[in-house]
Design a protein around this ligand. Structure first.
Ligand code: 13P
Length: 251
C-alpha cells in the first residue's frame, strides 16, 4: 500500500454555463459514503463558475479547482485571475501547465513554476501537468521531455498536500488514444524516482495522476497501474454518468 489516497479530478476546460450547475449537483450527490471512503473527487470548472460550484460543493467534500492562475496576487493584468482570487471563491486547487496552456499561451516551465509558487502563497494545491507530444514519443524522447518539464516546473518544497502531478501525453488528450499500460507504468515509475531523488521522502506522498482519454471503459485498467494515483479527466468529467464510474473503479 502506498498510503496515497486516490484522486479523480475533472478538468472542464472551456465548457460550462449556469445551466451546468445542475450537472455538477448530480456529481456531488453521487459522491456517496462508499466513494468518499476510497477516493478524493475534484472538479475544475471555468473561472466563471468557480464561486457557484464552491457553494454547491459545500458539505459534499467534492473539491473545486481552477484551471490556471496568474503568478501575481493582484495588479494591472487585464483579464487575469490570481491564486488569491481563486482561493477567495472557496476553491482549493488549481491546474497549472496544462498542455493546452503551454501551446495556446506559450507557457514555459519557468512560468509554470512561478504559478505554483503563487498557488502555494494562496494556500492552493497545485496540479501540475506534464506530457510529451506524439513526435517526441516516436523519437524515443518521452521520458526525457517529462523529466525536463518536472525539473523546470516544480519549485522546492513540494508536499503530499500542496502538489499533485498529472502525466498527460498530448497525443492522448481528446483523441481516444491511450498509451499502453506498460508505457504508463514506465512513465509513472520514472516520475516517482525523479521526484524522490530531488525532493526525498516528501515525494513519496505526492499523487501522480494519469490524464488523456480516460473513460469508464478504460479506468479500471489504467488506475490499477503502480504509481498511478488517480486520473485527470477531460471530456468524460462533464457528465456525472461518465465521471462517477471512473471514480467507482476504486470500489
Ligand atoms: P480528455 O479526457 O478529454 O482526453 O482530456 C484530458 C485532459 O486534458 C484533462 O486535463
Amino acid at each position: 500500500m502506498s498510503g496515497r489516497r486516490p484522486l479523480v479530478a475533472g478538468n472542464w476546460k472551456m465548457n460550462g454555463l449556469k445551466a451546468s450547475v445542475a450537472e455538477f449537483g448530480r456529481i456531488t450527490a453521487a459522491y456517496d459514503a462508499a466513494l468518499r471512503a476510497k477516493v478524493d473527487l475534484l472538479v475544475a470548472p471555468p473561472a466563471t463558475l468557480l464561486s457557484t460550484f464552491a457553494v454547491v460543493a459545500l458539505g459534499s467534500r467534492v473539491a473545486v479547482g481552477a484551471q490556471d492562475c496568474h503568478s501575481n496576487g493582484a495588479g494591472a493584468h487585464t483579464g487575469e485571475v490570481s491564486a488569491e482570487m481563486i482561493a477567495d471563491t472557496g476553491a482549493t486547487a488549481v491546474i497549472l501547465g496544462h498542455s493546452e496552456r503551454r501551446s495556446d499561451h506559450g507557457e514555459t516551465d519557468a512560468l509554470v513554476r512561478s504559478k505554483v509558487e503563487a498557488a502555494w502563497r494562496a494556500g492552493l494545491t497545485a496540479i501540475v501537468c506534464v506530457g510529451e507530444s506524439n513526435a517526441e514519443r516516436h523519437a524515443g524522447r518521452a521520458l526525457n521531455v517529462v523529466r525536463h518539464q518536472l525539473a523546470g516546473s516544480l519549485p522546492e518544497g513540494i508536499t503530499a498536500a500542496n502538489m499533485v502531478i498529472a502525466y498527460e501525453p498530448i497525443w492522448a488528450i481528446g483523441t481516444g488514444l491511450t498509451p499502453t499500460i506498460y508505457d504508463i507504468a514506465e512513465m509513472h515509475g520514472e516520475m516517482r524516482k525523479m521526484l524522490v531523488a530531488r525532493f526525498g521522502a516528501a515525494a513519496k506522498g505526492v499523487r501522480l495522476l494519469y490524464g488523456g482519454s480516460v473513460k469508464p471503459e478504460n479506468a479500471a485498467e489504467i488506475l490499477s497501474v503502480a504509481d498511478v494515483d488517480g486520473a485527470l479527466v477531460g471530456g468524460a468529467s462533464l457528465k456525472a454518468d461518465t465521471f462517477l464510474p471512473i471514480a467507482r473503479a476504486y470500489l
